[in-house]
Design a protein around this ligand. Structure first.
Ligand SMILES: [Zn+2]
Ligand SMILES: [Zn+2]
Length: 137
């Protein structure tokens, strides 16, 4: 099976392709992801050189205001889908897992910034990290 994935935003204006295996899914509960996504952010990731934008109409990047990594977030200005997270000193782009076309072949492997989670979140038994420190970045 060829190892590539495609995905996109809700309205289809932003489409992308990843020409490499994707990282399994880590869910980030930090305050910035919660505000940006409306809930915790479930992310896979791609090395930058393997992420190709097929259509970037509407794709807008904003600074994440309190990011400890000076990260920027990419979203579709037409439909509001939150798609990407990128820190300048990292060689990969985090991709909102829910925007990947299915079947994704991915699975959830854990939670980061678990101590910052919403008070209605309940544990699901996967490993948690209190902060952003994890094997997946
Ligand atoms: Zn859109
Ligand atoms: Zn986060």
């Amino acid at each position: 099976m060829s190892e590539f994935h495609e995905g996109g935003c809700l309205c289809g204006s932003v489409r992308y392709r990843v020409n490499a295996p994707l990282r399994d899914v880590t869910t980030c509960h930090c305050g910035e992801c919660r505000k940006s996504h409306g809930s915790a952010g479930a992310y896979t990731a791609s090395p930058d050189e393997h992420l190709e934008l097929l259509s970037d109409d509407g794709l807008t990047w904003i600074e994440s205001p309190a990011s400890t990594t000076n990260a920027v977030r990419g979203f579709c200005a037409k439909c509001g889908s939150s798609l990407f997270w990128k820190a300048p000193d990292r060689d990969y782009t985090a991709i909102s897992a829910g925007t990947i076309d299915e079947p994704s072949g991915l699975q959830s492997v854990g939670h980061i910034w678990w101590d910052a989670r919403a008070d209605w979140e309940v544990p699901d038994g996967l490993p948690t990290s209190a902060t952003g420190t994890s094997t997946t970045g």
